[in-house]
Each structure stands twice: as structure tokens, then as C-alpha cells.
Design a protein around this ligand. Structure first.
Ligand code: HEM
Length: 456
């Protein structure tokens, strides 16, 4: 029986009754798609091949000697939780449409990818998502990237070792065009945070029964069908069993100093004092720094980071419609748009991102997010989120503004903020907050099945 990607019931990957096609799917799927792989230390290598046979041989070697399957990863997570040994590092591969051409697939072949946006590549989609012109991207991303190799682990040493080994095997005909290094950051509570200091990565579509079972789900159902992230791999030996996922990569630089000034100025404008000042930034993100959803509480604090909520009954007086998490997941609709986010922060800084040190002490560049997400349709998920939600000041409710965190394009309309949490009185109309996240380049990739890579 072909794998039913639309099954609404989360996947019991370890069930004794799992059918043969689903087992084969998990044995041939890359890790980090259905379940996030630990990647506190991360190296992202961007490669160009230039020789069909050598490019194929290299990817085959990486796949057969360095990569594990999604199922192996799930077993490793279980073993580790049971107090047995640590898992092995993550190695993932994504291939761009130019990469498929360079590996010997014809133009007609590449049309088998259903996603038109993947077939275009990110450089040709600048206008649609209001990205900066390609000439302004970091040099490596201006070039034609064929593949991305992701190497991640909880420790630095295995990443360094694997990186050396993999680069050592890169054929002379190939080029390493660039590399990005990711490095996880945590707050004192141990939660992963991004550079503005907010807990990140909490809300995810979950696909596996053991992950879904651990979540409270009175208001928000975190379980999603595989169809949110998986598609049959068109070039694999058996696309009924062999699946892949579209991977969007974007280097997003964060001007932390400017964002902290904006938080401070907004708190001043609204006359917020003491702990209430925290609400300024929370109105931009939709959560407080500690992850507390603004639609649930007027102040931060109170236990583990909640995700069992919707915005039903919140007319924008608690969490503004433009708040980043409300824009990118309105919750009462658009479930098919949600992607599996697998990004990592980059860049080193001397200050502590979560404390209340003044803006002057914050970095104004060179730090940010290596945004990565798995999609079954880049057009209907990543691009839709960026274009129709984040960049659209009239989404859901007219004139509520761009996504203050990731919105791109002219922020020409004025907006108003609730003066007190849950109260109707609004501030006077004011200019939208300035853009503090700048896209520095990226590409669209397909993360093929291991069956494809091993057969190259
Ligand atoms: C530097 C850039 C970005 C920053 C600082 C950022 C920050 C955050 C934070 C703090 C959260 C809350 C944590 C959570 O709910 O898991 C979040 C959630 C989220 N972000 Fe971003 N983000 C960035 C880029 C993006 C981009 C480019 C997209 C998609 C186009 C995106 C989509 C989402 C989604 C879908 C959620 C989860 C919303 C939910 O399910 O409630 N983010 N982000």
C-alpha cells in the first residue's frame, strides 16, 4: 500500500504493524525532516560540481558512508532518552535545480518536480517575496549553488571531523562556494533562543505519534499529515516508497541594536513601565522573550513554554494581528501552509541576548538566523507565508501592518497598538517599526531520498 501522505493520524514509526511501504519510506528518508535533529553545532557547505560523474560519485559516497535514515535517527533519540548511548551526527543533502542539471538530469526531467518555485530557483523569485536584489547578497549566494551539505551535532568535535572528511573527498572538479556556521544559543531556562533574545523553535508541525503524545492539545492540534513536508522523490528508484522534501535556505541578518531601540521606543511611546515594558517587544513577536504567548498573558512567566493556544477571541487587543507568530501561523486556518522549521542562529557576540543591557551594547550586524524549513510546496508554504502573510499589511485585517520581524517591502501604512493588554483603547497612528532583518542570500533545494543518493 503506497504511503498515505494525507493520513491525519500521526505516524507511529515504531509500531510492529507498520506496513512495508512506510517502513521503506522511513529507511530512505533523510533525518531532520519529520523530527528535528540536534544541530547545536552546524556547518552548512555550499557546493558546485562541474563534472557529472565526479559529482554523482561524491554524493553517493556521502550518502553511503556518512548519512543515516530518518528511522535510524528516531531510534537513536529513543536510545538516548532511555539513558543509553548518544546519537550519531546529522548529515543532510539538498540539491538545487541547477544541481540536478549538473548531475546529468535533463530540462525535461527537472520538470518532474511539481514545485514551480523550485524549478525557478531563489534568484528568480526576488520580486515575488520583495527580497533585496541579488547583487546585494553575500557573494557565495550570488553564484550558482548546486548542493548544500548540512553537518550537525550536539558537540563541536564531530562536526569538525566530518567536515574535514567530507571536504577532503570533494573532487577537484567541484568547488566549495561558501560555508555558514550555525551555533545554538540558550537562555538561562535552557530554551533555544534567537538573536533578539526570544525563545524560538517551540511551535512546529509534529508528524510522529511519540512527539504528539507529549503535547497538551486542548486548543491547538500540533499533529500534521506527512503531506505538509513530504513529496514522492521523482528520481528515486521507487517514488511510492522514496520521498523527499523541499528545503528553503535563507541567511537572515539581524540588526539587534536597532530592534532593541525599537522595543525601548515603543515602550516609551505607550507609556509602559516596569515589567509591562516587556509587552512592547512581545507585540512585535507575539510571544514574550521567555516564549509566553501574548494572546494568553499580559506578562511573561509561568512555567514551560506554552503552545496549546489559538487567537480565537483575540481582536488584536492582546496579540496584534501583525505579531510575527500570529502572521506566520494564524492557527484558526492555514494549517496546510505550516512548514517544519529547522533553522539555526549564526554569529558570535559578547553580550547576553536575553538580559536587559541597553541597545548600545548590542550587535548591529554579522549575527542572525540561518533560516531553514522543509516544505512539500515552496510556493504554497514558504513563499506564501513570506509574500501573502508577512509582507502583506492588510492580511486578516486591513491596515494592521507588515510582520515587524520578517516583513519585506515598503512599510508605508501607519499602524496603532493597544495601550493596555486586552483593552480597546489604541495608541495614535504611528509609522510601522523599521525593518531589522535583512536577507543576505539563499537558495531552494530538494532533500532527496537516500535511495536516490545511494543509486547515483
Ligand atoms: C531572523 C528572522 C526570524 C526571527 C528572529 C524569528 C523569530 C521567531 C520567534 C521568536 C518565534 C516564536 C517561537 C515559536 O513559536 O516557535 C517564531 C516562530 C515562527 N516563525 Fe519566525 N523568525 C524569523 C524568521 C522566520 C521566517 C523567514 C519565517 C517564514 C517565512 C518564519 C516563520 C515562523 C513560524 C511559522 C513560526 C511559528 C508560529 C507558530 O506556529 O505559532 N520565521 N519565529
Amino acid at each position: 500500500m503506497p504511503v498515505d501522505l494525507n493520513n491525519e493520524r500521526p505516524l507511529a514509526w515504531d509500531s510492529a504493524t507498520l506496513d512495508a511501504d512506510t517502513k521503506a519510506m522511513l529507511d530512505n528518508l533523510q533525518p531532520n525532516i519529520l523530527r528535528a535533529h540536534v544541530r547545536e553545532h552546524l556547518s552548512v557547505l555550499f557546493v558546485r560540481f562541474n563534472d557529472v560523474a565526479e559529482g554523482r560519485a561524491f554524493l553517493r559516497w556521502v550518502a553511503t558512508t556518512k548519512m543515516k535514515s530518518a528511522r535510524k535517527h528516531m531510534q537513536e533519540v529513543r536510545d538516548f532518552a532511555a539513558g543509553r548511548h548518544r546519537g550519531t551526527p546529522y548529515v543532510g543533502i539538498g540539491i538545487s535545480k541547477a544541481g540536478y542539471r549538473d548531475l546529468g538530469h535533463s530540462v525535461e526531467d527537472v520538470r518532474e518536480f511539481g514545485d514551480p518555485v523550485f524549478r525557478d530557483g531563489m534568484k528568480r523569485r526576488v520580486a515575488e517575496v520583495d527580497d533585496p536584489p541579488v547583487e546585494e547578497w553575500d557573494r557565495a549566494f550570488q553564484r550558482e549553488i548546486h548542493a548544500v551539505i548540512l553537518i550537525g551535532d550536539a558537540e563541536a568535535e564531530p562536526v569538525e571531523r566530518l567536515r574535514e572528511e567530507i571536504l577532503g573527498e570533494l573532487p577537484d572538479s567541484a568547488r566549495l562556494l561558501g560555508e555558514e556556521r550555525g551555533q545554538g544559543m540558550r537562555n538561562p531556562a535552557g530554551d533555544g533562543i534567537e538573536h533578539f533574545g526570544y525563545v524560538d523553535g517551540r511551535s512546529q508541525p509534529l508528524f510522529l505519534k511519540d512527539e504528539v503524545d507529549r503535547e497538551p492539545k486542548e486548543h491547538w492540534d500540533p499533529a500534521f499529515p506527512l503531506s505538509n513536508v513530504l513529496v514522492p522523490d521523482p528520481f528515486a528508484p521507487n517514488p511510492v516508497r522514496h520521498h523527499g522534501s523541499y528545503l528553503v535556505f535563507r541567511k537572515l541578518e539581524q540588526n539587534v541594536r536597532a530592534f532593541k531601540e525599537i522595543e525601548r521606543d515603543l515602550a516609551d511611546t505607550l507609556g509602559l513601565a516596569g515589567v509591562d515594558r516587556e509587552r512592547a517587544g512581545a507585540m512585535l513577536v507575539g510571544r514574550f522573550k521567555d516564549g509566553t504567548p501574548l494572546t494568553l498573558k499580559p506578562k511573561p512567566g509561568g512555567g514551560p513554554v506554552a503552545n496549546d493556544f489559538t487567537f480565537d477571541g483575540d481582536d488584536g487587543s492582546k496579540c496584534p494581528f501583525a505579531g510575527h507568530v500570529r502572521k506566520t501561523n494564524p492557527r484558526s486556518f492555514g494549517r496546510e501552509v505550516l512548514m517544519a522549521r529547522r533553522g539555526q542562529t549564526y554569529g558570535e557576540r559578547a553580550d547576553e541576548p536575553w538580559d536587559d543591557s541597553p541597545p548600545e551594547n548590542r550587535p548591529s550586524g554579522e549575527v542572525g538566523l540561518l533560516f531553514m524549513a522543509f516544505n512539500s510546496s515552496l510556493l504554497d508554504q514558504f513563499e506564501f507565508t513570506q509574500q501573502s502573510w508577512a509582507n502583506n499589511p492588510g492580511f486578516e485585517v486591513e491596515a494592521t501592518g507588515h510582520d515587524p520581524v520578517i516583513g519585506q517591502g515598503e512599510r508605508d501604512i501607519k499602524v496603532a497598538f493597544p495601550k493596555a493588554w486586552g483593552k480597546p483603547e489604541l495608541s495614535g497612528p504611528q509609522a510601522q517599526v523599521a525593518q531589522t532583518v535583512t536577507m543576505k542570500g539563499g537558495e531552494y533545494f530538494f532533500a532527496p531520498s537516500l535511495a536516490y543518493l545511494r543509486n547515483l
